[in-house]
Design a protein around this ligand. Structure first.
Ligand code: ARG
Ligand code: ZN
Length: 877
């Protein structure tokens, strides 16, 4: 395990390597405890590098078996091998030579799930970011592009299926027991995109014909018996391939594309060239076991990994500081795909809710870092919501600033100019500047400056002149190691609503660049004057959430209700009602008095009943801000118990006021058709299930939820009913009965048991900690499987405000103990889990002190991994 050495990696220290590995020939002789890896590397000294410069290769926990150059063993005095590096000197005078390295590794004992490991008896690899160095010594950095030929030898009984990157070349039998396969990937790639899978797997197959008429063989490999569960993923893959051709002109390049689902996986999925490896949670689905959210995630992640083929693989990152180059851009692309496949406004609202729930707290807490960080101790800790989601928002802003056409021209130039290269954010931005002829120098600060910008807007209407005047101020609060902030280029899409609710014509504007419905802020303080406005307008600002900012406006309650009813921008209609709810909930939780404005309740009921809005949208309007949302808006001295009480009171007030209307809509949305996962059907279910939550609250009885639970013919409705039962009536007999029935029915399905864990881990209240502790001993739970850990412990820590932040600090203690235990075998997941502490300073004083103690107790453990040490130290600040 890599412990903390105090080493910090800095962007400004980037230096190309002295040598390149241009071709990599690998031979794997697979064995659970003693796999032999023979790497034949074509090494090339770069021009201008002295002939006596040593080759220094990365390793991680490796044992060297043998070493030769151009077929001759290397004498002991010419190399130094440690588990973490291999340095060879006295190299041939010629600029090119062949290096052969043999290492021995043990996949079965690899519980960190990086490098080559076993999952359910199948061999698989995960190499991003620095896992390849756990397989062989290598230039394990993304700017070393190498072609790969891979020969896998394995026992036929153990691994009938042998897969690697690229195209299949050859396969055959070695003797009665062993066989082999050879794969060749002609596209030069960095080592993080290497993959190998070998095992006894079932599969489904299909084909895709690309825009230029080439046929691609598609395969999805899963555990035997699960083949039918992969058909939705296959369909999503084909739709992704078509969409990328139509939208971005990106055509697939190999003759095969394979996906493998594994059950032990540290993250969502991985875009290895031609051989994506997935967490099975994001492949397997049928109506019995998967929710609508699962289907949507599968579609999005299949697309995401596929899209990486161009944004990540054909064009990759020069170094890991550039991670957002591939991730932010690819998230943007998968968001656009989902918006096109489903509903654009619904998708946008979900994105913003997610951004605020995950990225905002990161950007406003001790782990804040720029979209392109300048330093790191452990790169695995930078696969963050800031790099991914804020990275995507930055690309979206480029689209907003340039418009669709120039944006596409910039992308085209990027693909054309940098295909086959490892590049930087500067290279990326230059393409948009050149293609559009517009300067993005100021805009680029979004990549370099951490923190969520605050924009404060006050407005006045001058009736005598017909001027509508905005005073706009922007600022970015200080973040760790960055106290001085500069104003950003913030594109604010906007509209002015007239008294009839329609957008007014806007004449001339002074004080800022305004074009195509977008105000471009560039200064700390600006006055924007709209001329010739006939009557006082209502301002709809940051439409579509055009910039990822915290916006404070001087809108009145009536203005917001007006926007919620009339804004032509559906995103801002939702934002208006959401802002009203947040405001009401903050007031209620700080005052403890729960008399909610009937006008707010009335507006929500209207939106729920408005047939001109699609059901999924109406469901979002009715989804109250979460406890974490409210806590974040309160910002400091948070008492989670008061927040929960206020939220429950508002739910009850709305449910009671609208009991009859909601009951009618609930009945009307019932689907008499056979289950279909399409967006429209899913939207109906989401509306019905949010209404169920209100109805059960208003009824004061679990009856309706029990009925839905028993009648459900799909997992969406079943899990929603179980969740309402457990969260509203945790002690009720009906809940206990439903939980047991669910457990009995699905105890053999690990992914479904995850839902059972999640529902229980998120039951509000102090008592849940003991429940969660008890569940860690459940036969379906395992500390070595990341999905189980995330479902039970991760969800408890990040999704249960009153449970995790228990006043006595026992929730913090529990998380600390779990992080310490997990760190011994899986540092990456342990580090991710420990980020749940990041908002500890926003709690009231008593809880803060207890959280600090729990963090300090982790920090004191000897031999902590570099991963956990880095997070804990930064969180303590
Ligand atoms: N590149 C993968 C993706 O599609 C994720 C890899 C995550 N790696 C890690 N070390 N956390 O987003
Ligand atoms: Zn990605």
């Amino acid at each position: 395990m890599r412990t903390d050495s105090g080493q910090v990696f800095r962007l400004e220290d980037y230096k190309p390597s002295d040598y390149l590995i241009t071709h990599t020939d690998l031979l794997f002789r697979l064995d659970p405890t003693a796999t032999l890896v023979t790497a034949k590397l074509s090494v090339k000294r770069r021009d201008g590098v002295a002939a006596n410069a040593p080759v220094v290769l990365d390793g991680d926990g490796l044992v060297l078996e043998s070493l030769s150059i151009n077929g001759m063993p290397v004498s002991d005095d010419r190399y130094k091998a440690t588990p973490d590096s291999l340095e060879i000197s006295g190299l041939p005078q010629e600029a090119s030579f062949e290096l052969e390295i043999v290492t021995r590794i043990s996949p079965v004992t690899n519980k960190a799930l990086m490098g080559l490991y076993q999952s359910s008896g199948n061999y698989c690899t995960q190499c991003e970011a620095e896992g390849f160095r756990r397989i062989t010594y290598f230039l394990d950095r993304p700017d070393n592009l190498s072609t790969f030929t891979v020969r896998i030898e394995a026992k036929k009984s153990e691994a009938p299926v042998l897969l690697s990157n690229g195209n299949p070349v050859e396969q055959g039998s070695l003797d009665s027991e062993w066989h082999y396969a050879v794969w060749h990937d002609p596209f030069p790639k960095p080592s993080y995109l290497f993959a190998l899978v070998a095992g006894d797997l079932g599969s489904i197959h299909d084909t895709f014909t690309t825009s230029s008429g080439r046929e691609v063989a598609l395969g999805i490999y899963v555990e035997h018996g699960k083949e039918p569960l992969a058909t939705y993923a296959m369909d999503a893959l084909k739709r992704s391939m078509r969409w990328d051709e139509e939208r971005f002109g990106c055509e697939y390049d190999l003759s095969v594309f394979n996906i493998v689902a594994v059950s032990d996986f540290n993250m969502g999925a991985m875009e290895n060239k031609g051989l994506n490896v997935f967490n099975d949670k994001y492949v397997l689905a049928d109506p019995e076991t998967a929710t609508d959210a699962d289907y949507a995630n599968i579609e999005a992640i299949i697309a995401h990994e596929y899209f990486h083929n161009w944004t990540g693989n054909r064009i990759t990152c020069r170094d890991w500081f550039q991670l957002c180059l591939k991730e932010g851009l690819t998230v943007y692309r998968d968001h656009e795909f989902s918006a096109d496949q489903r509903s654009r406004p619904v998708k946008r609202i979900a994105e913003v809710r997610n951004l605020r729930a995950l990225q905002f707290p990161e950007d406003q807490g001790p782990l804040a870092h720029p979209v392109r960080p300048r330093r790191y101790k452990e790169i695995n800790n930078f696969y963050t919501s800031t790099v991914y989601e804020k990275g995507s928002e930055v690309v979206r802003m480029i689209h907003t600033i340039l418009g669709a056409e120039q944006f596409r021209a910039g992308m085209d130039l990027y693909f054309q100019r940098h295909d086959g290269q490892a590049v930087t954010i500067e290279d990326f931005i230059a393409c948009f500047q050149e293609a559009s002829g517009r300067a993005l120098t100021h805009f680029a600060l979004w990549y370099h400056q951490a923190g969520t910008p605050r924009v404060n807007v006050t407005s006045s209407y001058e009736a005598d002149t017909g001027d509508f005047v905005l005073n706009v101020e922007q600022s970015v609060p200080p973040t760790p190691a960055e106290s001085m902030k500069k104003p950003l280029h913030i594109p604010l899409a906007y509209g002015l609503l007239g008294p009839n609710g329609e957008d007014m014509e806007v004449g001339s504007v002074e004080g800022a660049t305004v074009a195509d419905g977008v105000i471009h802020l560039t200064e700390g303080s600006q006055t924007v004057r709209f001329r010739g406005i006939g009557s006082r307008p209502v301002l709809s600002l940051n439409r579509g959430f055009s910039s990822p900012i915290v916006l404070k406006q001087d809108l009145t309650k009536e203005d917001r209700l007006f926007l919620a009813r009339h804004d032509s921008d559906l995103y801002n209609r939702w934002e208006a009602i959401n802002a009203l709810c947040v405001e009401a909930l903050i007031a209620a939780s700080t005052s403890g008095s729960y008399d909610f404005d009937p006008a707010l309740v009335q507006c929500l009921v209207e939106m729920a009943s408005n047939e001109s809005l699609e059901p999924a949208y109406r469901a979002l309007a009715l989804s109250l801000p979460t406890e974490a949302d409210i806590a974040r808006e309160i910002g400091s001295n948070v008492n989670p118990d008061a927040v929960l009480a206020a939220r429950s009171a508002l739910r009850l007030a709305i449910g009671s006021a609208a009991r009859d209307a909601f009951g009618r809509i609930y009945d009307a949305q019932a689907d008499r058709q056979p289950f279909s996962p399409d967006a429209a059907s899913a939207g109906k279910r989401s509306l019905r299930n949010i209404l169920l939550d209100y109805l059960v609250a208003a009824d004061g009885s679990p009856e309706l939820a029990s009925r839905q639970f028993e009648a459900a013919d799909n997992m969406t409705d079943r899990a929603a009913a179980l969740s309402v039962l457990a969260h509203q009536y945790p002690q009720h007999e009906a809940t206990q009965k439903a939980l047991s029935a669910f457990e009995e029915r699905f105890c053999d399905n690990a992914l479904v048991m995850d839902k059972w864990f999640i529902i229980q881990a998120t039951i509000p209240g102090a008592a849940t900690l003991d429940l969660v502790r008890g569940l860690t001993a459940h036969p379906a739970f395992s500390l070595t499987n990341p999905n189980r850990v995330r479902s039970l412990v991760g969800t408890f820590a990040s999704g249960n405000q009153t449970g995790f932040h228990r006043a006595d600090g026992a929730g913090y203690r529990f998380l600390a103990d779990t992080v310490i235990a997990l760190d011994k075998h899986n540092p990456q997941v342990a580090a991710r889990l420990s980020t749940a502490f990041r908002s500890w300073r926003s709690m009231e004083a008593g809880r803060q002190e207890k959280a600090r103690k729990a963090l300090a107790s982790i920090n004191e453990v000897p031999n902590l991994s570099r991963d956990v040490k880095d997070i804990v130290e930064r969180t303590l600040g």
